[in-house]
Design a protein around this ligand. Structure first.
Ligand SMILES: [Zn+2]
Length: 438
């Protein structure tokens, strides 16, 4: 093994207690994403950023700090390389989800208790441990006196748990770029080399309002010629047909599309919200939703729409729109009143990525794993992460972080052996990817 790498790994082993302490102290800050809080000002996002900032300043990093939203600071810390190497950015979020029901926890959610090699607490594995791992890797390299060729960047952000608007998306909007990006979300030490795309989609179906007293005319043929027309067109019933048709499409996609790192059926079209009523308001929702004596003329269905890591949004959008057009053509009313579609509802748009298994960034992890005696496993991310936004800005991301469990649930923990191991992997990848200046 190379002398420099071996020295850095030894340093990280010696730093074990300090890395655990760093993680525990970060977990103790109640940095719940304020979008989930009744009292947003009590979030400790900015306190944990103060804590991290002073630690990175002591390391001599060049730090930028700004607030995309009030009291919600992002940090970018830079270690400039000597030149001639590739740049690497690490990304981690310090916001966490609420603890849920305190009764469900066997440990203090903010207590960083250590039991049987696990550190418990909200935000431990998701993902203050990942942040601690890349801070520790940077410290070990810098304190060993190693100079890098390429730039090392640490992007430590808020707001991942509620869509990344004030966090990673804002970092990228400010122009930060790197040749490779590692998002340190928990992966049990595996490399998540692919992630599907996600868009929220609103489908609005219009009918014709009428009094429910006329519905009989559509249920049983009437002698009076005008009766049938007076019955209106029930938008909720059209919406139910649409949901059933979308499910058939979803099943067809599950049978016909595949990505080697993703489970079959991952291209889901989930109807998550459905609202019917009368009168389409400016907010895009029906205005009267409390009167079943009316035939509703509006049905709004919001879908969570996922596609494969290798598909483009434009491609799947066109395909789904063609499906909607075919659905409408088969219905005498919808033929003339087709549903309308609104993509990226609430600005939810996560571009997909699929970093090739032989990409040099993955090779750098593989070689580090070989040195450390770790088996390399490539997987695909089922959910979406901030890696999407780097991919959307034409950067190459992977996701790699420590093992643990209880994310967004009770008794969240990080496994301490995994935390230290990931810190060593990060250090090895930095040395390989950025290159050591001699
Ligand atoms: Zn996370």
């Amino acid at each position: 093994m190379d002398r420099i790498e071996a020295g850095v790994y030894r340093r990280l082993d010696a730093m074990r207690d300090d890395i655990i302490k760093l993680t525990g102290e970060m977990v103790a800050f109640k940095s719940v994403n304020p979008r989930f809080m009744a009292d947003p000002e009590s979030s400790q996002e900015s306190d944990v950023q103060d804590y991290i900032e002073s630690r990175l300043k002591a390391l001599g990093l060049d730090i930028s700090r700004w607030e995309a939203e009030a009291r919600r600071p992002n940090l970018v810390a830079l270690r400039h390389g000597r030149g001639g190497g590739r740049s690497l950015a690490f990304n981690g979020h310090i916001d966490v989800v609420p603890i849920g029901d305190r009764e469900g926890w066997d440990y203090d959610p903010w207590g960083s208790e250590i039991v049987d090699g696990k550190l418990y607490g909200r935000g431990s594995v998701d993902m203050k441990a990942g942040v601690a791992a890349f801070i520790a890797a940077s410290e070990a390299i810098i304190n060993a006196g190693v100079e890098l060729k390429g730039d090392l960047q640490l992007h430590i952000v808020v707001d991942e748990e509620a869509g990344g608007f004030a966090g990673t998306r804002d970092v990228i909007k400010r122009g930060y770029r790197a040749d490779g990006v590692i998002v340190a979300e928990p992966t049990s030490g595996f490399i998540d080399a692919a992630e599907g795309g996600l868009s929220w989609l609103r489908v609005t179906i219009r009918g014709r309002a009428a009094h429910a007293g006329w519905r009989f005319a559509q249920i049983y043929p009437q002698a009076e010629p005008d009766a049938e027309n007076a019955g209106g067109i029930n938008a909720i019933e059209k919406g139910v047909k649409f949901v059933a048709a979308a499910r058939e499409l979803e099943r067809e996609w599950a049978r016909s599309r595949h990505h080697p790192l993703m489970p079959p059926g991952i291209t889901t079209i989930n109807p998550g919200v459905m609202v019917g009523g009368v009168g389409l308001g400016e907010d895009g929702l029906p205005q009267i939703t409390s009167n079943p004596a009316m035939i509703p003329d509006v049905c709004v269905i919001d879908f969570d729409f996922k596609y494969l890591p290798t598909e483009s949004f434009e491609e799947v959008r066109d395909e789904f729109e063609a499906f909607v057009a075919a659905f409408a053509r088969a219905d005498p009313w919808l033929r003339d009143h087709p549903p309308t579609l609104q993509w990226h509802l609430s600005n939810i748009d996560f571009p997909p990525f699929s970093t090739p298994p032989d990409h040099p960034l993955i090779e750098a992890v593989r070689e580090t794993h070989r040195q450390l005696g770790i088996k390399t496993v490539l997987t695909g991310k089922r959910a979406v992460t901030d890696a999407a936004f780097y991919a959307g800005a034409n950067m190459t991301p992977i996701i790699l972080g420590p093992a643990g469990a209880g994310l967004h649930g009770d008794n969240e923990y990080v496994e301490l052996d995994s935390l230290i191991e990931v810190a060593k992997v990060f250090a090895g990848v930095i040395l390989r990817w950025c290159g050591v200046a001699t």
